[in-house]
Design a protein. Structure first.
Length: 408
């Protein structure tokens, strides 16, 4: 990364945004974080806290400066509401790139109630639109790097290897066969995932109409917690979600094992998902900033995931490593009982990413972090109680038999 490049990181206080901000600063960028701290407020709403004791943003930034001599600026703005302030900030900073993490990112939280559904759509869609609109208003040549999700594709339901954003299809025009590339058909599985498909349409439009250069990173489930930079000092520790709404599956299983809770497999555990370690997340974002699309190039889409795993296999792996009991729960979600998932991810590999995988020993690191902070876990908040439909029974005991769907 060329030094002194200015980058704005929207959502830079969050799980992916914080280590990314540190990495970009370490690489020599002048980083400005924008975050309204909504994620910290949602912790209060849910009565939970990060497994790891995260420090207030001011202290995080002060420690980073003391340790490295590098200053990161911070603005508390709601990008979905404070349009004028956001537009002014962009004019002031004149960034080369904006990295956009600032969305409500939990599928279960987005399905909790009408209020949560509406908040997720308002926050995510308005936020993304405001950023695009402010980039155009600024008249500056800014590359927008957005964190999307593998979930926009619907996890391999078509039975093919999922391409990086665009699908080649054959169409019959007056008896002659033509090959065209279309955006992969959206197939979201929650209100949250749906907002990412709406984002994609906003990117398509602003790219076509205003030539805004956009990279959309279709990221898989992130696991792990530490990066090289967050390990420098306890004040820089990254957040670690484990409860029923925000905790993602592998990190949750590792925390459950640490506190002696059965591993909460939803349904048969036949769901296959794509995964990436947080250290690869920060590497990928740095690579994406260094390789922007050209002018007039369509939205560049990367599949930001390094391997795929079936949920019950992850549970078995964690059980083998820790001795935890694996238990099958009624799936609170409306999702395929079993699915295969094969993905293309060559673009980042061609740019030099050397993927971290589950076999690289970093599971042990997460097991140690979970053991160190297990006293901060409220076990009553472990079960996911957000249901996709009112007719799905809430299962707090985990008595669902594997192979017997409770809801078809
Ligand atoms: P997070 O909730 O930890 O971080 C998001 C940050 O954005 C929070 O600090 C929050 O306060 C801030 N924010 C939200 N709305 C805002 C607004 N309107 N204005 C200003 N700040 C706002 O989430 P994360 O895990 O870091 O995820 C970041 C992005 O990566 C999300 O867009 C998510 O969809 C995507 N992603 C995450 C994962 C994962 O497993 N964590 C996987 C794939 C994609
Ligand atoms: N699951 C369990 N038990 C649990 C938790 C989850 O069996 O205790 C299952 C879920 O039912 C689902 C799978 O594990 O089938 C993944 O769930 P998750 O909570 O780990 O991930 P998800 O809801 O898909 O969302 C996460 C992030 C989101 C991101 C997405 C990437 O929260 O921001 O977009 O991963 S992806 O899954 O590729 O769409």
């Amino acid at each position: 990364m060329a030094s002194q490049e200015r980058v704005i990181v929207l959502g830079g206080d969050g799980f992916c945004g914080w280590p990314t901000s540190l990495r970009l600063s370490h690489e020599g960028c002048d980083v400005t974080i924008v975050d309204n701290l909504s994620r910290r407020k949602i912790d209060v709403e849910l009565g939970c806290q990060s497994l790891t004791p995260i420090q207030p943003i001011e202290r995080r930034l002060q420690s980073w400066q003391q340790l490295t001599g590098r200053k990161i600026d911070y603005r508390n703005l709601n990008i979905a509401e404070d349009y004028q302030e956001l537009a002014q900030l962009i004019q002031e900073v004149r960034p080369k790139a904006i990295v956009h993490f600032a969305e409500q990112r939990a599928a279960p939280y987005s399905m909790k109630s009408p209020r949560h559904k509406r908040y997720t759509v308002d926050n995510n869609t308005n936020g993304t639109h405001n950023v695009l609109c402010a980039i155009v208003e600024s008249g500056l040549d800014i590359h927008l790097v957005h964190l999307g999700t593998m979930g926009v594709y619907g996890y391999g339901t078509a039975g093919l290897s999922i391409p990086e954003g665009y699908l080649t299809v054959k169409v019959d025009v007056n008896g002659a066969e033509h090959e065209i590339e279309i955006p992969y058909p959206p197939h979201p599985g929650s209100i949250y995932h749906m907002t990412k498909t709406l984002d994609a349409l906003l990117f398509y439009y602003y790219n076509k109409n205003d030539d805004v250069r956009v990279t959309d990173l279709h990221q898989g489930v992130v696991w792990g917690t530490n990066t090289e930079e967050t390990l420098l000092h306890p004040d820089l520790i990254n957040r670690f979600d484990w409860e029923g709404d925000y905790g993602t599956v592998l990190n949750r299983f590792l925390v459950q094992a640490a506190v002696g809770h059965p591993l909460t497999v939803h349904g048969s555990g036949g769901q296959t998902r794509a995964f990436i370690h947080i250290r690869d997340t920060v590497r990928c974002i740095s690579l994406a900033i260094q390789h922007p699309p050209a002018h007039k190039e369509r939205v560049k889409i990367f599949n930001q995931a390094t391997e795929t795993h079936r949920v019950r296999n992850l549970a078995d792996l964690v059980s083998r490593l820790t001795g935890a009991e694996v238990r099958y729960y009624v799936n609170p979600r409306n999702e395929a009982w079993e699915n295969e998932l094969v993905i293309h991810n060559e673009q980042f590999l061609e740019l030099g990413l050397q993927p971290i995988t589950l076999s690289d020993g970093l599971l042990q690191e997460v097991i140690e972090v979970a053991a160190r902070y297990r006293d901060r876990v409220d076990v009553t908040k472990i079960i996911a109680d957000s249901r996709w439909r009112a007719d799905i029974p809430l299962d707090r005991e985990g008595k669902a038999a594997q192979g017997e769907p409770v809801i078809a």
